[in-house]
Design a protein around this ligand. Structure first.
Ligand code: SAH
Ligand code: DHB
Ligand code: MG
Length: 214
């Protein structure tokens, strides 16, 4: 763990400069009592670079929290693109809107409050990139919506698919069971090509799934 964090600090120090809007968002989240479960800075930048690499203009996010990952994604689609982000908790959504406003992204991001499944049912695509990072129990359903809403060649990233290795436990808790239902759906979904990458660092041992829609 010490080594993981030292390496993360080393590369963050080299590749991620000061960023007042992102730092302010993290501080506001902590002050508002939000759980510190945002993506790491390096992961946020990875999402940002992925979005830029595919020239994304419409991005979908499931699970906003305080909008930390949303800021990274929204910056990738500026100025003419847009992000729709789904958040259940009105308090989280309010903090996120303030963070996005401070980051100059209020016009770029549409924060939709309510159960993500309901929001997703009402959305029409196509989206270029989807980032799924809400409750893990519904990941199979979020993924199905992401596939439905994606353009051909669109990218879907699903966070937290390893969770300290607990994903291999067939008798795990609800979140593990949800992740495994998602994993089965990912494997069975013929419209995508996919891989899973394990990660270590400040978020412990975890990983993300990456899928490209055919
Ligand atoms: N993507 C964020 C972190 C999201 S944390 C970042 O990296 O900055 C997960 C979020 O999903 C929490 O804010 C939680 O309230 C939200 N969430 C949980 N269940 C949800 C649901 N059913 N619909 C929408 N959001 C949900
Ligand atoms: C948790 C959720 C996340 O999305 C994450 O990246 C890390 C932890 C959690 O619910 O504990
Ligand atoms: Mg996550």
């Amino acid at each position: 763990m010490d080594t993981w964090n030292a390496v993360e600090d080393y590369y963050d120090g080299l590749l991620l400069g000061e960023d007042p809007a992102l730092d302010a968002a993290r501080e506001a989240n902590a002050a508002a009592g939000l759980p510190p479960i945002d993506v790491s800075p390096a992961q946020g930048k990875m999402l940002h670079l992925l979005a830029r690499a595919i020239g994304a203009r419409r991005v979908l996010e499931v699970g906003t929290l305080g909008g930390y990952s949303t800021i990274w994604l929204a910056r990738a689609v500026q100025p003419e693109g847009s992000v729709v982000t789904c958040e259940l908790d009105p308090h989280h959504a309010a903090v996120a809107r303030a963070n996005l406003e401070r980051a100059g992204l209020a016009e770029t991001v549409d924060v939709r409050v309510g159960p993500a499944l309901r929001t997703l049912e009402g959305l029409t695509g196509p989206f270029d990139l989807a980032f799924v990072d809400a409750d893990k129990t519904s990941n199979a359903e979020y993924f199905a919506h992401a596939v439905r809403l994606s353009r051909p060649g669109g990218v879907i990233v699903v966070d937290n698919v390893v969770r300290g290795g607990r994903v291999v436990d067939a008798d795990g808790d609800e979140a593990v069971a949800g992740t495994r239902r998602f994993a089965a759906a990912l494997a069975a979904e013929e419209r995508v090509d996919a891989t899973v990458i394990q990660t270590v660092g400040s978020k412990g041992h975890d990983g993300f799934a990456l899928a490209v829609v055919r």
